[in-house]
Design a protein around this ligand. Structure first.
Ligand code: NI
Length: 187
């Protein structure tokens, strides 16, 4: 199992793949399609490689509706695997809000103040094909809503004004330039 390590590069904004419509994973695919489990494993490996708390499939350029959350944040033991959310939907959010800084693996070194509900409940399917619900508060609620946003194409830059958006764009160009050795690969 460890030999299947597959850390894939995280798609960094601006990149059209982060905005593509995501597609449902059918029950038959969860049960029978080995690429669903491979996608989960790639998400796990890539999230841990980047020290993320969660990651969505679109961030690996895969349009299927799946994200994962780090086990401790999701209320599980640290030795347990990250929690898979397949075809997730937000079924409830609290009126009460929270306002704090948020990061994203697709925006390295960028933090944006985002107002979100303090509590949120998400329903999804697990890798076992069973439906479950998870309710989170504070950071967990923020993470669930952030990852769910990814699956709708919504990103951190959609929470900021035009000036900050330009600043982030310049910063991402510097990051990409460093990675790609100056090559202009912007779509
Ligand atoms: Ni993100």
């Amino acid at each position: 199992m460890v030999t299947d390590m597959a850390v894939r590069p995280v798609v960094v904004w601006p990149d059209d793949r982060l905005r593509q419509p995501s597609v449902e994973i059918t029950a038959a695919e969860i049960a029978n399609d080995p690429t669903v489990r491979q996608l989960y494993q790639d998400l796990v490996d890539s999230m841990y490689a980047e020290n993320g708390l969660g990651i969505a499939a679109l961030q690996l350029g895969d349009a299927r509706r799946m994200f994962i959350v780090e086990p401790r944040l999701a209320g599980r033991d640290a030795t347990e695997p990250p929690v898979a959310f397949i075809n997730p939907e937000v079924v409830w959010t609290s009126e009460e809000q929270q306002d704090s800084e948020e990061g994203c693996l697709s925006f390295p070194e960028v933090y944006v103040k985002v107002k979100r509900p303090l509590r949120a409940r998400v329903r999804a399917f697990g890798l076992d094909g069973k439906s479950f619900e998870l309710e989170g508060e504070a950071l967990l609620a923020r993470c669930l809503l952030h990852e769910n946003d990814h699956l709708t194409g919504k990103l951190l830059v959609d929470f900021v004004g035009p000036l900050k958006r330009q600043m982030i764009k310049k910063k991402m160009q510097r990051v990409k330039g460093a990675v790609e050795d100056g090559e202009d690969a912007e779509a």
